[in-house]
Ligand binder design. Structure first.
Ligand SMILES: *Cc1c(COP(=O)(O)O)cnc(C)c1O
Length: 427
């Protein structure tokens, strides 16, 4: 037998991957912005949110911006100027430079490197946390000794191997930017993600663990860096009675209305994490006995925020699945399954899952960029396995993994139906 959804119970109300969870206080602060007429990119909500984030995460400065992507752009620009100096035009600070970057991630991590004229070189993933492999990073510095900047992501809210990554960066004198867009509230050895980079970034996008509908922040311990970003993000106005400009500017500041939403949300960060963790643990328990594993984390040293629960199908239990650039085929097989079939099963009970982020080295737009695995130049690899392990770990996790419905508001009962649908795939 193989999957047959005929007798599965459907959810009355669709359960999404991850949506905003509102509490009421958000309205109070939106109303406050309205009543005081601070319907702009300045105001008390922004000031408060910047303060609260510094207190909660333990950084010195936080700058509210229009999106996590805008914050990443500012972080990359800061690092480019710190490393290579400011050129005459004031943008393209990474022109002609290569930057090491997590490979299995959302493209918002990577694009800002290109905005500044840089060329990302992708570093393969490790199986222990699904983040940048420190061994592959070390290999990359051997192949590209001139690189001075590393962009690290904590995928799905799971902290990367920060000590190892930082040690490699220090050995080669490289700066680290942390994309903590998905990991707000997650910690490593008791320290919050978003505080390990020279500059770091969090996001308040609509599906993140704390949201403003949109928005993001740059986190830094450098007053000079924070001030620069405040200036650049408000069109780089000089201190003069008129609009005086000596540098390229951006319109990247956070809205005071959106900051009101974030201000109402932030007190619930711990509660949201507890809900997400409960979801992860229920999946872990409910899927016991199936040939699948949850997205892993370092249980001794890290506490994820459990933003998304994911699974990976054991190699031996994969049915045949092939993907082109925009289509997928699979062949049903008794006792086996694959992400495509499981996603269809989840969708058939009225819930939403998603494939793993497709690795950047596999994306057509980045097909010419470098890619380094722990074995060396990933672009020069054959498809052979070394010691029974895939050489291209990102491609392997993409092939066998998927994100499960992880909405805070999903009840245990609803989750049971999702689990039943996944179980049915392995019949
Ligand atoms: C969401 C996300 C971003 C971008 O954040 P926005 O606020 O949507 O611009 C960047 N990196 C990762 C890994 C993300 O998941």
């Amino acid at each position: 037998m193989a999957f047959n959804g005929a007798n599965l119970k459907k959810l009355d109300k669709k359960v999404f991957l991850s949506t905003a969870t509102m509490h009421g206080e958000e309205m109070k602060y939106i109303q406050e912005a309205y009543d005081t007429n601070w319907m702009t990119t300045v105001g008390k909500n922004i000031d408060e949110v910047e303060k609260i984030v510094c207190d909660k995460l333990g950084c010195k400065y936080a700058v509210g911006l229009s999106a996590g992507t805008a914050a990443l752009h500012m972080a990359v620009k800061l690092a480019g100027i710190e490393l290579y100096g400011q050129n005459a035009v004031g943008h393209g600070s990474l022109e002609g430079r290569q930057v090491f970057c997590s490979d299995m991630t959302f493209d918002a991590t990577v694009n800002p490197i290109v905005y500044e004229g840089g060329t990302p070189v992708f570093i393969d993933t490790e199986y222990d946390t699904w983040n940048m492999d420190p061994e592959a990073l070390r290999k990359a510095f051997e192949i590209y000794p001139d690189v001075k900047l590393v962009m690290l992501v904590h995928l799905y809210g799971t902290p990367a191997k920060i000590d190892e990554i930082k040690a490699v960066c220090e050995q080669y004198g490289a700066l680290l930017i942390e994309d903590a867009a998905e990991s707000c509230g997650a910690s490593y050895k008791g320290v919050q993600t978003g505080t390990f980079g020279t500059h770091s970034v969090i996001s308040f996008n609509g599906n993140k663990i704390i949201t403003g509908s949109s928005g993001g922040m740059l986190l830094t311990d450098s007053l000079e860096a924070a001030n620069k970003v405040r200036k650049w993000s408000t069109q780089a106005r000089e201190n003069a009675p008129w609009y005086q400009h000596e540098e390229i500017g951006y319109n990247y500041r956070m809205s005071n209305v959106i900051a009101g939403v974030v201000r109402g949300q932030l007190p619930y960060l711990e509660e949201h994490i507890a809900q997400k963790k409960a979801i992860y643990m229920r999946y872990k328990e409910g899927l016991k006995g199936l040939p699948v594993k949850m997205n892993p984390y370092d249980e001794a040293n890290s506490e994820p925020n459990f933003w998304l629960s994911c699974i990976i199908v054991d190699k031996e239990a994969m049915c045949k699945q092939v993907r082109s650039d925009n289509e997928v085929l699979y062949k049903q097989e008794a006792g086996k399954s694959c992400p495509t079939e499981i996603l269809e099963a989840i969708s058939s009970v009225n819930a939403e899952g998603r494939p793993i982020w497709k690795p950047m080295h596999m994306q057509p737009i980045y097909r010419l960029n470098g890619f380094v695995t722990k074995y060396g130049n990933g672009r020069a690899m054959t498809n052979a396995y070394i010691e029974g392990e895939a050489q291209d770990i990102g491609a392997d996790i993409f092939a066998r993994g998927l994100c499960l419905p992880s909405d805070n508001k999903m009840t245990a009962k609803e989750q049971e139906l999702v689990i039943a649908a996944i179980r049915a795939c392995f019949e």
